[in-house]
Design a protein around this ligand. Structure first.
Ligand code: NAD
Length: 320
Protein backbone atom coordinates (compact mmCIF):
# COMPACT_ATOMS: atom_id res chain seq x y z
CA UNK A 1 0.00 0.00 0.00
CA UNK A 2 1.32 3.45 -0.90
CA UNK A 3 1.94 5.51 2.22
CA UNK A 4 0.36 8.97 2.45
CA UNK A 5 2.76 11.96 2.16
CA UNK A 6 3.10 13.68 5.50
CA UNK A 7 1.66 17.21 5.24
CA UNK A 8 2.42 19.41 8.18
CA UNK A 9 0.69 22.42 9.73
CA UNK A 10 2.50 24.45 12.39
CA UNK A 11 0.55 26.87 14.56
CA UNK A 12 2.50 29.59 16.36
CA UNK A 13 5.06 29.08 13.59
CA UNK A 14 6.55 32.56 14.02
CA UNK A 15 7.26 32.14 17.73
CA UNK A 16 10.46 31.11 19.51
CA UNK A 17 10.05 27.37 18.93
CA UNK A 18 7.94 27.58 15.79
CA UNK A 19 10.53 29.48 13.77
CA UNK A 20 13.23 26.89 14.34
CA UNK A 21 10.94 23.88 14.16
CA UNK A 22 9.57 25.08 10.83
CA UNK A 23 13.08 25.38 9.38
CA UNK A 24 13.91 21.80 10.43
CA UNK A 25 10.61 20.40 9.17
CA UNK A 26 11.19 22.07 5.80
CA UNK A 27 14.67 20.50 5.63
CA UNK A 28 13.22 17.06 6.36
CA UNK A 29 9.91 17.11 4.46
CA UNK A 30 10.43 19.80 1.81
CA UNK A 31 8.86 23.28 1.77
CA UNK A 32 5.94 22.02 -0.33
CA UNK A 33 4.80 19.78 2.54
CA UNK A 34 4.94 22.38 5.30
CA UNK A 35 2.30 25.03 6.06
CA UNK A 36 3.26 27.65 8.63
CA UNK A 37 0.57 29.70 10.36
CA UNK A 38 0.48 32.65 12.70
CA UNK A 39 -1.19 35.96 13.49
CA UNK A 40 1.15 38.13 11.40
CA UNK A 41 0.44 39.33 7.89
CA UNK A 42 2.22 37.46 5.12
CA UNK A 43 5.73 38.60 4.31
CA UNK A 44 8.10 36.64 2.10
CA UNK A 45 10.81 36.66 4.77
CA UNK A 46 8.46 35.37 7.44
CA UNK A 47 9.09 31.64 7.10
CA UNK A 48 10.87 29.01 5.06
CA UNK A 49 7.67 26.94 4.78
CA UNK A 50 6.15 26.53 1.32
CA UNK A 51 2.86 28.02 2.51
CA UNK A 52 1.75 30.52 5.12
CA UNK A 53 -1.76 31.00 6.51
CA UNK A 54 -2.66 34.00 8.64
CA UNK A 55 -4.86 32.15 11.08
CA UNK A 56 -6.13 32.74 14.61
CA UNK A 57 -6.23 29.25 16.18
CA UNK A 58 -9.41 30.27 18.01
CA UNK A 59 -11.17 30.47 14.64
CA UNK A 60 -12.29 26.84 14.54
CA UNK A 61 -13.95 27.09 11.15
CA UNK A 62 -10.89 28.56 9.46
CA UNK A 63 -8.57 26.01 11.11
CA UNK A 64 -10.72 23.14 9.83
CA UNK A 65 -10.77 24.64 6.36
CA UNK A 66 -6.97 24.97 6.30
CA UNK A 67 -6.57 21.33 7.45
CA UNK A 68 -8.87 20.20 4.64
CA UNK A 69 -7.50 22.49 1.92
CA UNK A 70 -3.90 21.36 2.41
CA UNK A 71 -4.81 17.74 3.32
CA UNK A 72 -2.81 18.13 6.53
CA UNK A 73 -1.83 14.87 8.27
CA UNK A 74 0.28 16.21 11.16
CA UNK A 75 -0.13 19.31 13.31
CA UNK A 76 2.51 20.88 15.53
CA UNK A 77 0.26 23.06 17.66
CA UNK A 78 2.48 25.67 19.32
CA UNK A 79 0.26 28.76 19.54
CA UNK A 80 -0.34 29.67 23.17
CA UNK A 81 0.14 32.33 25.85
CA UNK A 82 3.30 31.70 27.89
CA UNK A 83 3.65 31.70 31.68
CA UNK A 84 4.31 35.40 32.35
CA UNK A 85 1.67 36.63 29.90
CA UNK A 86 -0.94 34.08 31.04
CA UNK A 87 -0.89 35.49 34.58
CA UNK A 88 -1.91 38.86 33.14
CA UNK A 89 -4.86 37.43 31.16
CA UNK A 90 -5.84 34.25 33.04
CA UNK A 91 -9.27 33.62 31.55
CA UNK A 92 -8.11 34.25 28.01
CA UNK A 93 -5.03 32.04 28.60
CA UNK A 94 -7.28 29.18 29.71
CA UNK A 95 -9.34 29.46 26.50
CA UNK A 96 -6.42 29.89 24.12
CA UNK A 97 -4.25 27.21 25.69
CA UNK A 98 -6.98 24.55 25.68
CA UNK A 99 -9.78 25.05 23.17
CA UNK A 100 -7.70 24.80 19.97
CA UNK A 101 -5.92 21.69 21.35
CA UNK A 102 -9.26 20.00 21.97
CA UNK A 103 -10.38 21.11 18.53
CA UNK A 104 -7.36 19.42 16.90
CA UNK A 105 -8.00 16.26 18.95
CA UNK A 106 -11.59 16.27 17.70
CA UNK A 107 -10.35 16.50 14.10
CA UNK A 108 -7.99 13.56 14.70
CA UNK A 109 -10.87 11.61 16.25
CA UNK A 110 -12.88 12.24 13.06
CA UNK A 111 -9.96 10.95 10.96
CA UNK A 112 -9.01 14.37 9.52
CA UNK A 113 -5.52 14.21 11.14
CA UNK A 114 -3.07 11.38 11.83
CA UNK A 115 -0.82 12.91 14.47
CA UNK A 116 -0.62 15.95 16.75
CA UNK A 117 2.28 17.44 18.70
CA UNK A 118 1.39 19.79 21.54
CA UNK A 119 3.94 21.10 24.03
CA UNK A 120 3.40 20.99 27.75
CA UNK A 121 5.76 22.59 30.26
CA UNK A 122 7.53 22.06 33.58
CA UNK A 123 4.96 24.58 34.88
CA UNK A 124 2.64 21.59 35.48
CA UNK A 125 4.57 20.50 38.57
CA UNK A 126 3.91 23.26 41.09
CA UNK A 127 4.03 23.46 44.88
CA UNK A 128 4.78 20.60 47.24
CA UNK A 129 6.54 18.33 44.76
CA UNK A 130 10.21 17.40 45.27
CA UNK A 131 12.52 20.17 44.03
CA UNK A 132 15.15 17.97 42.38
CA UNK A 133 15.12 15.07 39.95
CA UNK A 134 11.33 15.25 39.64
CA UNK A 135 9.97 12.00 38.21
CA UNK A 136 7.49 11.37 35.41
CA UNK A 137 4.67 10.24 37.67
CA UNK A 138 4.65 12.82 40.49
CA UNK A 139 1.31 14.33 41.42
CA UNK A 140 0.92 17.61 39.57
CA UNK A 141 0.02 20.70 41.54
CA UNK A 142 0.43 23.75 39.30
CA UNK A 143 0.17 27.16 40.92
CA UNK A 144 -0.21 29.33 37.82
CA UNK A 145 -2.93 29.63 35.19
CA UNK A 146 -0.36 28.57 32.60
CA UNK A 147 0.53 25.45 34.59
CA UNK A 148 -3.14 24.68 35.18
CA UNK A 149 -3.86 24.97 31.45
CA UNK A 150 -0.91 22.71 30.59
CA UNK A 151 -1.94 20.11 33.18
CA UNK A 152 -5.49 20.09 31.84
CA UNK A 153 -4.16 19.90 28.27
CA UNK A 154 -2.07 16.86 29.17
CA UNK A 155 -5.12 15.13 30.59
CA UNK A 156 -7.13 15.95 27.46
CA UNK A 157 -4.33 14.41 25.33
CA UNK A 158 -4.39 11.26 27.45
CA UNK A 159 -8.19 11.16 27.33
CA UNK A 160 -8.30 11.37 23.53
CA UNK A 161 -5.61 8.67 23.28
CA UNK A 162 -7.31 6.31 25.76
CA UNK A 163 -10.84 6.83 24.53
CA UNK A 164 -10.41 7.34 20.78
CA UNK A 165 -6.84 6.21 20.01
CA UNK A 166 -5.87 9.76 18.93
CA UNK A 167 -2.10 9.95 18.35
CA UNK A 168 -1.27 13.13 20.26
CA UNK A 169 2.24 13.44 21.68
CA UNK A 170 3.67 15.89 24.15
CA UNK A 171 6.80 16.99 25.97
CA UNK A 172 7.10 18.99 29.19
CA UNK A 173 9.62 21.50 27.86
CA UNK A 174 11.82 23.21 30.40
CA UNK A 175 12.94 26.80 29.74
CA UNK A 176 14.17 27.04 26.16
CA UNK A 177 17.24 29.02 25.12
CA UNK A 178 17.84 30.18 21.58
CA UNK A 179 19.80 32.92 19.79
CA UNK A 180 17.60 33.00 16.69
CA UNK A 181 14.31 34.35 18.04
CA UNK A 182 13.51 36.40 21.13
CA UNK A 183 11.74 34.72 24.05
CA UNK A 184 7.96 35.23 24.32
CA UNK A 185 7.20 36.14 27.97
CA UNK A 186 8.25 33.09 29.97
CA UNK A 187 9.73 32.77 33.46
CA UNK A 188 13.00 31.30 32.16
CA UNK A 189 13.52 34.14 29.64
CA UNK A 190 16.25 35.69 31.80
CA UNK A 191 18.52 32.94 30.40
CA UNK A 192 18.04 34.38 26.89
CA UNK A 193 18.02 38.12 27.73
CA UNK A 194 21.24 37.79 29.73
CA UNK A 195 23.24 36.97 26.59
CA UNK A 196 21.99 40.01 24.64
CA UNK A 197 22.74 42.36 27.50
CA UNK A 198 26.08 40.74 28.29
CA UNK A 199 27.18 41.47 24.72
CA UNK A 200 25.52 44.88 24.30
CA UNK A 201 25.80 46.38 27.81
CA UNK A 202 28.33 44.19 29.62
CA UNK A 203 25.85 43.82 32.49
CA UNK A 204 22.46 42.34 33.27
CA UNK A 205 19.79 42.70 35.98
CA UNK A 206 18.15 39.33 36.51
CA UNK A 207 14.45 39.15 37.37
CA UNK A 208 15.15 35.73 38.94
CA UNK A 209 17.17 35.51 42.17
CA UNK A 210 20.76 34.32 42.02
CA UNK A 211 20.27 30.87 43.57
CA UNK A 212 17.05 29.79 41.83
CA UNK A 213 17.88 26.73 39.73
CA UNK A 214 15.55 25.83 36.87
CA UNK A 215 15.76 23.18 34.17
CA UNK A 216 16.72 24.59 30.75
CA UNK A 217 17.20 23.22 27.27
CA UNK A 218 19.10 24.59 24.29
CA UNK A 219 16.81 25.00 21.29
CA UNK A 220 18.77 22.58 19.08
CA UNK A 221 18.23 19.85 21.67
CA UNK A 222 14.55 20.80 22.05
CA UNK A 223 13.91 20.55 18.30
CA UNK A 224 15.78 17.24 18.07
CA UNK A 225 13.77 15.84 20.97
CA UNK A 226 10.49 16.98 19.40
CA UNK A 227 11.31 15.34 16.07
CA UNK A 228 12.57 12.17 17.79
CA UNK A 229 9.32 11.87 19.74
CA UNK A 230 7.22 12.42 16.60
CA UNK A 231 9.21 9.81 14.64
CA UNK A 232 9.05 7.16 17.40
CA UNK A 233 6.84 4.13 16.75
CA UNK A 234 3.49 4.63 18.49
CA UNK A 235 3.79 1.30 20.31
CA UNK A 236 7.03 2.43 22.03
CA UNK A 237 5.28 5.29 23.81
CA UNK A 238 4.24 4.61 27.38
CA UNK A 239 3.37 8.20 28.36
CA UNK A 240 0.24 9.78 26.87
CA UNK A 241 0.11 12.88 29.02
CA UNK A 242 3.53 14.52 28.36
CA UNK A 243 7.12 13.30 28.64
CA UNK A 244 9.47 14.84 31.20
CA UNK A 245 12.50 16.55 29.64
CA UNK A 246 15.28 17.69 31.94
CA UNK A 247 17.97 19.24 29.76
CA UNK A 248 20.38 21.04 32.08
CA UNK A 249 19.82 22.77 35.42
CA UNK A 250 21.50 26.01 36.54
CA UNK A 251 20.98 29.21 38.54
CA UNK A 252 21.40 32.78 37.23
CA UNK A 253 24.64 32.96 39.25
CA UNK A 254 26.01 29.81 37.59
CA UNK A 255 25.05 31.06 34.14
CA UNK A 256 26.72 34.40 34.87
CA UNK A 257 29.90 32.49 35.82
CA UNK A 258 29.84 30.72 32.44
CA UNK A 259 29.43 34.08 30.65
CA UNK A 260 32.29 35.57 32.67
CA UNK A 261 34.58 32.86 31.31
CA UNK A 262 33.96 34.37 27.85
CA UNK A 263 33.39 38.04 28.86
CA UNK A 264 35.52 38.59 32.01
CA UNK A 265 34.08 42.08 32.76
CA UNK A 266 30.46 40.93 32.68
CA UNK A 267 28.51 42.07 35.78
CA UNK A 268 25.16 40.82 37.08
CA UNK A 269 22.76 42.02 39.75
CA UNK A 270 19.37 40.71 40.85
CA UNK A 271 15.94 42.37 41.11
CA UNK A 272 13.40 39.54 41.29
CA UNK A 273 9.94 40.50 39.95
CA UNK A 274 6.59 38.65 39.84
CA UNK A 275 8.19 35.83 37.87
CA UNK A 276 10.24 34.82 40.94
CA UNK A 277 7.05 33.58 42.62
CA UNK A 278 6.34 31.46 39.53
CA UNK A 279 9.90 30.09 39.47
CA UNK A 280 9.63 29.19 43.18
CA UNK A 281 6.90 26.69 42.35
CA UNK A 282 8.92 25.03 39.56
CA UNK A 283 11.37 22.16 39.96
CA UNK A 284 15.13 22.70 39.86
CA UNK A 285 15.85 19.50 37.93
CA UNK A 286 13.87 16.78 36.17
CA UNK A 287 14.20 13.03 35.74
CA UNK A 288 13.72 12.24 32.04
CA UNK A 289 14.70 8.57 32.08
CA UNK A 290 11.34 7.45 30.62
CA UNK A 291 11.86 9.57 27.47
CA UNK A 292 15.41 8.16 27.19
CA UNK A 293 14.06 4.61 27.43
CA UNK A 294 10.96 5.00 25.21
CA UNK A 295 12.33 7.04 22.31
CA UNK A 296 16.05 7.55 22.86
CA UNK A 297 16.11 11.15 24.12
CA UNK A 298 19.67 12.53 24.21
CA UNK A 299 21.29 15.97 24.47
CA UNK A 300 24.25 17.69 22.84
CA UNK A 301 24.41 20.90 24.89
CA UNK A 302 25.33 21.47 28.55
CA UNK A 303 25.62 24.99 30.03
CA UNK A 304 29.23 25.50 28.89
CA UNK A 305 28.61 24.42 25.26
CA UNK A 306 25.35 26.38 25.20
CA UNK A 307 26.99 29.58 26.51
CA UNK A 308 29.77 29.39 23.92
CA UNK A 309 27.31 28.74 21.09
CA UNK A 310 24.94 31.55 22.17
CA UNK A 311 27.74 34.13 22.37
CA UNK A 312 29.32 33.04 19.09
CA UNK A 313 26.04 33.25 17.16
CA UNK A 314 24.78 36.43 18.83
CA UNK A 315 28.05 38.24 18.07
CA UNK A 316 27.39 37.56 14.38
CA UNK A 317 23.65 38.33 14.61
CA UNK A 318 24.21 41.63 16.44
CA UNK A 319 27.20 42.49 14.24
CA UNK A 320 29.49 42.99 17.24
P1 NAD B 1 6.03 32.20 21.54
O1 NAD B 1 5.21 33.12 22.39
O2 NAD B 1 7.39 32.61 21.11
O3 NAD B 1 5.21 31.81 20.24
C1 NAD B 1 3.83 31.55 20.25
C2 NAD B 1 3.27 32.03 18.94
O4 NAD B 1 1.85 31.80 18.97
C3 NAD B 1 3.48 33.52 18.68
O5 NAD B 1 4.04 33.71 17.39
C4 NAD B 1 2.08 34.11 18.76
O6 NAD B 1 1.87 35.20 17.87
C5 NAD B 1 1.25 32.92 18.34
N1 NAD B 1 -0.14 33.03 18.79
C6 NAD B 1 -0.59 33.53 19.97
N2 NAD B 1 -1.93 33.52 19.97
C7 NAD B 1 -2.33 32.99 18.78
C8 NAD B 1 -3.60 32.75 18.20
N3 NAD B 1 -4.74 33.03 18.83
N4 NAD B 1 -3.63 32.20 16.96
C9 NAD B 1 -2.49 31.91 16.30
N5 NAD B 1 -1.26 32.16 16.80
C10 NAD B 1 -1.19 32.69 18.02
O7 NAD B 1 6.06 30.77 22.29
P2 NAD B 1 7.12 29.59 22.17
O8 NAD B 1 8.16 29.83 23.19
O9 NAD B 1 7.50 29.37 20.75
O10 NAD B 1 6.20 28.40 22.71
C11 NAD B 1 5.49 27.54 21.86
C12 NAD B 1 4.82 26.47 22.71
O11 NAD B 1 5.78 25.81 23.54
C13 NAD B 1 3.75 27.01 23.66
O12 NAD B 1 2.70 26.08 23.76
C14 NAD B 1 4.46 27.08 24.98
O13 NAD B 1 3.57 27.00 26.04
C15 NAD B 1 5.38 25.88 24.90
N6 NAD B 1 6.54 26.00 25.78
C16 NAD B 1 7.52 26.93 25.55
C17 NAD B 1 8.61 27.02 26.43
C18 NAD B 1 9.70 28.04 26.21
O14 NAD B 1 10.61 28.16 27.07
N7 NAD B 1 9.71 28.77 25.12
C19 NAD B 1 8.70 26.15 27.53
C20 NAD B 1 7.68 25.24 27.75
C21 NAD B 1 6.62 25.14 26.85
Amino acid sequence: MESKTEKILITGALGQIGTELTTRLVEIHGAENVVASGLDRWDKNLTSAGFYERMDVMNTQLVRQVIKDYEITTVYHLASLLSGTSEKQPLFAWKLNLEPLINFCEMAKEGLLDKIFWPSSIAVFGKGIPKTNVGQEVILNPATVYGISKMAGEKWCEYYFEKYGVDVRSIRYPGLISWKTPAGGGTTDYAVEIFYEALEEGKYTSFISEDTAMPMLYMDDAINATLQLMEAPKENLSVHTAYNLGGMSFTPKELAAEIKKEIPDFAIDYKPDFRQAIADTWPASIDDSVAKKDWGLSYEFGKTEMTKDMLKNLRVKLAL
